[in-house]
Design a protein around this ligand. Structure first.
Ligand code: ADP
Ligand code: MG
Length: 258
């Protein structure tokens, strides 16, 4: 069994807002192994993005401990790649220059790495294209390549396929699994989509809101490549769905003022 890469212990996070204090995360404990694919699912506002931002080092105001490869996370860095729902590419740069970002393509090592990534995300022939010439799925593949340029220890993906149509989305799931198989980068992937969560992950982490807490962790012991139509897939999907459904009941009880 691979070693722990990310250790999260008693992680709590509050925001002070005009309406008072919001506890976005409450005592979250999670261990993620090197090379593992984790998906995080839960209703809107349950703290998914907050959790990813803290792991990314984008928000240092929290209590509890969180370590990456045994080191405290002190800020953003090349060891953590981040992918947002929107691709956030520079419109004035070509695909290859977007991937190279602040590094020069005249450097042979950078050139080699960028070519390798273009091949990995299957964008051969589009090196000189601009973002406006790409489909949504292609642009998101450029964003993934850019995030992988410096070989991060972990890739953090915040609903990266949320804006794509269902067919493109399914294709992107296959592309991402292929990247994961070949690169073995640890993935933490936030989604609203139950099929997506079960299709991708070694373990699905289900969060519940107010305060954001882990409700349950469901291991997905299905071999890859997976098929969404098999009965074993559907059984696991139903298990996750039921756990999420029981959150609705919690909310109804809350709403009734009990
Ligand atoms: P999710 O990504 O699961 O939809 P978030 O992590 O964005 O949820 O938010 C969790 C909770 O924290 C929500 O109640 C949200 O309103 C609150 N929150 C998130 N970011 C901020 C912020 N910068 N200021 C105040 N409240 C915030
Ligand atoms: Mg979010």
């Amino acid at each position: 069994m691979a070693e722990t890469l990310l250790n999260i212990t008693a992680l709590s996070k509050s925001f002070d807002t005009a309406k008072g204090r919001v506890e976005a995360l409450h005592k979250v404990d999670l261990n993620i192994r090197e090379g593992e694919f984790i998906t995080v699912i839960g209703p809107s506002g349950c703290g998914k993005s907050t959790l990813l931002r803290i792991i990314a080092g984008l928000d240092g105001q929290y209590s509890g401990t969180i370590t990456l490869a045994g080191q405290n996370i002190t800020g953003p860095g090349i060891d953590k790649g981040f992918i947002f729902q929107e691709h956030r590419l520079f419109p004035w740069l070509t695909v290859e220059k977007n991937i190279a970002a602040d590094l020069s393509l005249r450097n042979p090592e950078v050139r080699r790495k960028v070519d390798e990534l273009i091949e990995l995300v299957k964008l051969g022939g589009f090196e000189k294209a601009y973002p406006k010439e790409l489909s949504g799925g292609m642009a998101q593949r450029v964003a993934i390549a850019r995030a992988l340029l410096r070989n991060p220890r972990v890739l953090l993906l915040d609903e990266p396929f949320g804006a794509l149509d269902a067919f493109t989305r399914a294709h992107m799931q296959d592309v991402l699994l292929d990247i994961w198989r070949r690169n073995q980068t640890t993935m933490i992937f936030v989604t609203h989509d139950i099929d997506e969560a079960v299709f991708l992950a070694n373990r699905v982490v289900i969060l519940k809101p107010r305060p954001g807490q882990i409700k349950s962790i469901v291991p997905i012991d299905l071999p890859y490549p997976r098929k969404k139509t098999t009965s074993s897939f559907q059984e696991l999907r139903l298990r996750v769905l039921k756990l999420l459904d029981s959150l609705d009941e919690l909310e109804l009880t809350d709403g009734a003022g009990i």
